[in-house]
Ligand binder design. Sequence first.
Ligand SMILES: C[S@@+](CC[C@H](N)C(=O)[O-])C[C@H]1O[C@@H](n2cnc3c(N)ncnc32)[C@H](O)[C@@H]1O
Length: 259
Amino acid sequence: MKKQTEKPVAGHPSAVFVPCGQDAAAGEALARSLGLPCVRQQPAEGLFLQWDAAGLSLRRGEQTLRGDFTKMLPRLRADRLAGELLVRAAKCKNQPAPVAVDATAGLGEDAFLLAAAGMTVYLYEYDPIVAALLRDALRRAAEDPVLAAVAARMHLTPQDSVAALPHLPFTPDVVYLDPMFPRRTKNAQVKNKPQMLQLLQGPCAREEELFRAAVQAHPRKIVVKRTPKGPWLAGVKPSYAITGKTVRFDCILMTDPTP
Ligand SMILES: C[S@@+](CC[C@H](N)C(=O)[O-])C[C@H]1O[C@@H](n2cnc3c(N)ncnc32)[C@H](O)[C@@H]1O
């Protein structure tokens, strides 16, 4: 049996910190739902969540990670959006408003691009902390007159998509997969957003299962995000790929639903 006083494992936030003057009841409810203590004094070290007027954030020292769709606004201009590699990769012939499943939602930025392009997106995220950050970003987007229409097309389920994909109550046009890339260097400094996320979880170890589950949803297309020279997901050769400077989208056309 673990003792109550035991230190949290590295990579898991120790508490939800609600600064003085903030909505303590909402912070406490959130902490309860995540099985974390709610504290009024900022933890001196390690990872913690903070609930304040700006919403929910994951923090460690000077670093902050928050879901925030407002910074995506410059990418939503019609001329720019149509050129987004992901939007091009997810496009479906003769289907102006495809239904997509983002099976590895993270903080929802890729899903937001797809929703901005007119798709309805069902998002799955199995990490409860990431899902809480995403839910909060969607809540704030729904209250923003500019973002609300896009956020309304995004539907989050905090669940493992490997379990969910074979039993969806609908047939998606596209399943999108962006599992965590391996860390580039062993001692990489945890500074930017993907690396902050990597504090919570390691690289995806279930790529084959994830791909098999995507196939079982019977989409017209599976789109996989990779680094430009990264290996194919689960070793599956894509039908074609769209490659940019920092990213590659492998597109697998599912003409045969059981390859
Ligand atoms: C690289 S991040 C995705 C980033 C995302 N595309 C974005 O734009 O913010 C990968 C995310 O997928 C989630 N994930 C991995 N496997 C999953 C699964 N089987 N079900 C649900 N979420 C999963 C991880 O918890 C992580 O948050």
